[in-house]
Design a protein around this ligand. Structure first.
Ligand SMILES: Cc1ncc(COP(=O)(O)OP(=O)(O)O)c(N)n1
Ligand SMILES: Cc1nc(C(=O)O)sc1CCOP(=O)(O)O
Ligand SMILES: [Mg+2]
Length: 231
């Protein structure tokens, strides 16, 4: 079955080489997947294309080595060129995550095909109206945030006046109610946020630093997965 019909957003790792305090990103991906993370996004604002392709290949091999290729989705942030190059090299990469100012989802769909996963960051202003009315025909899920201000993405939630606007738990519950697509929420997410986030009904959480910056990434990942599953 194609991953597009079968992905699990519940525990979603976003990671790149600049997030790991000098440790290999591949090692942290391996630990998170072993701990039960269900979705991996390769995201780097500094790596060159070749480094991104290599990391995407390493992530796909890690997922396959744990016999989770049919259950753990792998996507690349922003870089349609990297997804295409990785696929051309035989790497099992499921799709792409794009934002409002990135390559349009319909172009991603056109080049990646019907089986690919295309994730879209929901617009931060007027979020609820946006997800209710936007064209979702070629999108598979929404990323929403930030739950808290975050140094990982200082522009997340920044409004025209330069203020960071975070999403409230009430807003996220409403977002879940009106969204035609599954929603994953991130931005400064920590273990203590998960029970309230789970109660909104959204399909999952995404994290960078709570795993990639942790002294013990496996333990951090296991804790998040356990809390989400038992909340
Ligand atoms: C799952 C998920 N949700 C939101 C984002 C943010 O995407 P975007 O707005 O395009 O910002 P960058 O990540 O490209 O800086 C995401 N990456 N993943
Ligand atoms: C990639 C990303 N997107 C966000 C959004 O709000 O759209 S916040 C974010 C970074 C999340 O990193 P951390 O878990 O370290 O806060
Ligand atoms: Mg983007």
């Amino acid at each position: 079955m194609s991953m597009r019909k079968n992905f699990d957003l519940s525990a979603y790792l976003v990671i790149g080489p600049e997030n790991t305090n000098g440790r290999p990103a591949a090692r942290i991906i391996a630990e998170a997947v072993r701990a039960g993370f269900t979705f991996v996004q390769i995201r780097s604002k500094t790596a060159e294309a070749r480094e991104l392709i290599d990391l995407t290949r390493a992530a796909a091999e890690i997922i396959a080595a744990q016999e989770k290729s049919e259950r753990v989705a792998l996507v690349v942030n922003d870089r349609l060129d990297v997804v295409l190059a990785a696929r051309d090299a035989g790497v099992k990469v499921g799709g792409i995550h794009v934002g409002q100012s990135d390559i349009p989802p319909e172009i991603c769909r056109k080049y990646l095909g019907a089986d690919a996963i295309v994730g879209l960051s929901a617009r931060t202003s007027a979020l609820i109206d946006y997800v209710r009315t936007c064209d979702t025909s070629c999108v598979d899920y929404f990323g929403a945030g930030p739950l808290h201000p975050t140094a990982t993405k200082p522009d997340a939630g920044r409004d025209a006046a330069g203020h960071v606007v975070t999403r409230t738990i009430e807003e996220l519950a409403e977002l879940h109610r009106v969204s035609p697509l599954p929603v994953v929420v991130g931005g400064g997410v920590k273990a203590a946020d998960l029970p309230a986030l789970r109660a909104t009904g959204v399909e999952g959480f995404f994290v960078v630093s709570t795993i990639a910056g942790a002294a013990h990434p496996f333990a951090a990942a296991e804790e998040l997965v356990h809390i989400w599953r038992s909340a």
